[in-house]
Write a protein that binds this ligand. Sequence first.
Ligand SMILES: [Zn+2]
Length: 280
Amino acid sequence: MLRLLALMLLLFATPYATAAVPVFDVHVHLRDGETSLRQYRDDVRVAGLELSGIGVMWFGGPHQARQGELAKIRAGNDSVIALAAAHPDVLPIATVHPYDGDAAVAELARVAAAGVKVLKIHAHTQGFDIADPRVETLVRKAGELGLTVLMDNANILPGDSEKLFNLVVRLPKTKFILAHIGGLNFRFWNILALARTADGFGFENLYFDISATVLVVADSPVEEEFLWTLRNVGLDHVLLGSDYPQIGLGRTVDAFERLDLTDEEKAKIRSGNALTLFNR
Ligand SMILES: [Zn+2]
């Protein structure tokens, strides 16, 4: 009887143990300001989730910050700054185009002064090469201004993870979040466990969000390898994101909760790590 009770507790208590932990969704695309934010919140409410923070960017998919679109970029950045001013749980994420050179750096300084803490740049949709020296200049400046740099790492482009690895190594004072943790090339990042054995290679500045990729790996033949990867990159450096509106937070959390992690590990990834990283 006691064993049955223990089994029932295990079966019924475990799935709900972390369900109460709010989620910090670090990867949300809201292209239409307040209207999009309302739709996003409705979506989250229907999924029965509580939010502790939302990392909001105005661009994504077909709506991009291309080289030379300085006025459009400034207006877009201002829209997320305004959203954050009205909603304390919104973390505004700005963008610039690395090839805009001094103008990009000036816009970065302007948004940093307005309280922005995260810069997102996307090599595939914005059309730049991660290995271009203008990217390093911009990203170094971001670090000096205290901004964390969120970059796409879905491995759509050849050499994506390798180029990002080298950028992170060259800029140990800039904090990075690599979105999608390499997609299905996530295994690459197990190299961190070895790289850390070299002097001066702590990778304390490197974080990952598991948006999108978590949907594919949960309950897949590679789930165990994915968990091994999360532990090798460091569970304190893993963040949860949805990539809304392409993917809802409900589907993301459903997949995430199916991963064979402990409640403590899940709580860190749901929101603990993001709250620490963003000083919230
Ligand atoms: Zn995205």
